[in-house]
Design a protein around this ligand. Sequence first.
Ligand code: HMG
Ligand code: MG
Length: 286
Amino acid sequence: SAPEHVTLVEMAPRDGLQNEKRLVDTTDKIRLVDLLSDCGYQRIEVTSFVSPKWVPQMADAAAVMAGIRRRTGTRYTVLTPNMQGFEAALAAKADEMAIFASASETFSQKNINCSIAESIERFRPVAEACRANAVPLRGYVSCVVECPYEGAIAPESVAQVADALMAMGCYEISLGDTIGRGTPDAVDAMLVRVLADVSAGQLAGHFHDTSGRALDNIGIALERGLRVFDASAGGLGGCPYAPGAAGNVDTLAVNAFVTDRGFSTGLDATRLEEAAAFAKSLRSTG
Ligand code: HMG
Ligand code: MG
């Protein structure tokens, strides 16, 4: 029988480059996305329509979206925290948008300047506008196991936020181990609670690899039925409002990990190596 498919969602242009100290040239960002397109992804997260005062690295979002080559079969996705972001993303012809909430109150305040409850209210009109414009909407939950400010986060808090995002019309929830401190046991306990409300087919894993446990955590998530994982070419990534966060788990490593377990990703590993080499060349050295 044909191998079961695992979808890898590429994060390097967004999660990767948002955390680089220096500002990467718009032309280099476009080149990175174009190299990634050639790898055969179904989804590439290109940029964020966020406040340039908060994340100066993403200030050229519209120019990047205008400059990329669009491959048939790839969806070019962006982050949109509010209606201002939605309008700009729609004008830039984003194929998919993502709203991003947190299971930690303190991280919510630090990252998007409002409480969890306020963020849900702020996302509601974005979700309605996405539906009205037939734009698929993804939801992120950050700090699903650990918060850089609060420490351990209760699985119940994660489930509540995931439920709210699902009720709003997100087709998928990406569960973020924002600072990569999740142990397989903690990740499993979190998944068990979230899976009581949301089916595995509507969940994605978003693991940062700070502690070198991201692949173990993906293994746990695979056992729990998840088949979508966020990963970053060259292992770039982090969040400017999550001190201590390292990059997303490396796409090449995840591709090898799931392929070894008999899944297919549809990605071209040779091209992925080329894209990863270019992604790494954009990384600040200091
Ligand atoms: P605020 O300051 O409370 O917003 O920020 P405001 O509505 O009061 O507006 C203040 C100014 O920002 C105004 O400009 C607005 O126009 C502007 P001014 O009048 O002062 O010149 N503004 C915008 N500009 C462009 N695009 C917009 C936008 N919205 C307002 N969309 C806000 C609130 C949410 C905007 C801000 O906190 C923000 O942009 N935060 C984004 C932080 C971020 O991008 N973090 C990284 C992504 S999340 C992540 O990495 C985690 C993830 O990977 C999963 C995981 O690992 O856990 C997804
Ligand atoms: Mg992240």
